[in-house]
Design a protein around this ligand. Sequence first.
Ligand SMILES: [Zn+2]
Length: 779
Amino acid sequence: MIESRTMLVRRSLRTATAFLLAGASVVGAQSTTRAPARGASAIPTPASVLGFEPGADRKLPTWKQVADYFTALDKASPNVTVRTLGKTTLGRPFLVAFFSDPQTLANLPRYQQIQKKLMDPRLQSPGERARLLADGKLVVLITSSIHSTEVGGFLTPFVLAERLARADTPEARQILASSIVMLVPSQNPDGVDIVGDHYRATLGTPNEGQGPADLYHFYTGHDNNRDWYAFTQVETRYTVDSLYTPWVPQIVNDIHQQGANGGRIFIPPYMDPVEPNIDPILTAGTNSLGSAMSWRMISDGFTGVATNASYDQWSPARQYSLNHRGVRILTETASARLASPIDLPFDRLGTARGYDARVTSWNYPVLWPGGTWGIGDIVKYQTAASWAMLVEASRDRQGWLESYAEMGDRALGPNPPWGRDAWPSAYLIPKVQADTQAMQRLVWTLQHGQVEIRESTAPVTANGKSYPAGSYVVLLRQPFGSYAKALLERQQYPDLREYPGGPPKRPYDVTAHTLPLLFGVDVVAVMGSAPATGGIVREIPEPKYTAALSESRSRRIAIFRLSTSESMDAGWTRWMFDKYRVPFTTITEKDVAAGSLNGRFDAILIPDQAVQQLSRGIGEGGAAALGAFVQNGGTVLAFNDASLYAIEAMKLPVKNALEGARNTDFYAPGSIFGVDVNRAHPLTAGLTAPVPSVWFEDSPAFDITDPSAATAVLTYPASGNALLSGWLLGAPKLNGKAAMVDVKRGRGHVVLYGFRPQYRGQTNATFPLIWSAIGKPAM
Ligand SMILES: [Zn+2]
């Protein structure tokens, strides 16, 4: 089998080479694989900018060096066009490089038009498709190093870019002739310097190879790849607005790294579950291309290649392309200690989800024997994988374009396009809502993800209620109708177990993404025939974040972080406070230990972090200082696991009812739960969500042991299942438990949130619960 396939490959490569040799204007056409072409000799090498070879031990680039190299390539090669898409969160230029043959690069608007028409059959004139399929290019987006401690991703783009710019191999010329490759050398340029500077400063010290204490994305840290439907961060928006939306690529390759002790690289197919709204053509395409990549890498002598392992295909937060007509090729290469090598004997390898790195299996067919592993190996694996993807995909340009056009037909054809359950014909978003701004943010968020929104031209009856003409309507028969459905419906995460009756299979990330619940907006599914609508509404301007606290109520607020490790939740809190223009001071355990906190602050907010980390970091003196702060009139807000710290440190009359529950008895790794609201309590004053709900992520639930000192603000329903979206095992354990508690202590308060009220910047519905706690005057 493999031999015949290889022969086929060789034949098609020869054909591609012959074709390219006939085209005189192709750079490097006269060259062989051994010697660089005349044109290619002017192409700068990465070492000429870096001063070292990409993959050299203990060497990382600065962002300026990355930008300098790509700028130099842009000048030197007709196969490269580099653009700056904007400034990052901390002010660095955000770059993309386009690679194709010079004729294509000179006519990018034309190819963008062909791509748009293939994507949306409504734009095609009768009989036009065959020509579009013949003329179109395969559009591939590669994003690297969104996670900045995955440092191979700083360097691999140098190697890929040089190869494509030099174009001195038949493979490179095949890629350039059939594809437009958009390479984002880093999806988080700030992190290249945050981690790189830290690494260089700690070289030769005992901390060499350890990541920095600060988040490597100022607001989101590692969560920066969980933003692909909420679009809260500028870096997400550059890639969405300038690359995904205008180009809707057929293939996306996202370059990551995983832990050190499993396989050397993961390549799709993914594990279950699959988000049911993803077009099965994309799942099959991802499986097919991923399998071709691992086949090719193993043929080339690479070992330790794992597929169908660790990573699932569920959350749209991580996979924009699978919801927008593009297969998603995540690669996860084993890490070292940043750019410092490690020694990893075979016996120290272990199990990962789906395979054992010491045992041959169908999805891990060749063992890595162990040994030294360093940045050079990482760059080699990442480069080989991305190259295999480009070569394999570009070999069948026509096939990729045909299946792409087919998805366009299905999206606009009869519903449901796949599966057996009936789809709604539309979702209706009434314009009169308790929170107009949240409704506008929902509409903007959908439109920003390429969802078409219209207005009803007649009253619509749905769920037994009548909604007036002029309501917003999301028809599901539209190019990205299935994506809209995924975000507007409630998720039913499958009950996956390690074995029948056994513990739950941990999802890779969270299990719910229902925007109407997260945003607190009333949205109605319309079953049966679609409502009458007018044309597509223009994208509304992004709603402004209004100042959350009026001037007179503005108070002195501290956001706590440990100096040794900043939590992502602290970053998201900072993002929210910046957006809503609420001034704050960041404090660490040193500030807390210094005491006299009432002289500096009115409220101290402790974001979600493991209770052991907080206890160890803050210490007994710090805990006493926090207790005194509350006694003397201060307010402490504690989010999610930090609430358990506050209970323990200040000996509050509250217990975690879920303490010690085994995951077979209770499990909810990221779901949306309904709550009953204590409307008499002032903290709930701003809560307007039509279906009050909270974001529960391995959270506690509270029993109040002294009702004279503590009041439930939000409570899970006394009976029935609190689950609204996602996954919950052991629902009865939540019945009647408090989700949010206000504890009065001395002249102050501790507010315990047994959930994440500002989850990844998305839970607009529960933001007011934070503002009300901070704005409350001291008693
Ligand atoms: Zn990663």
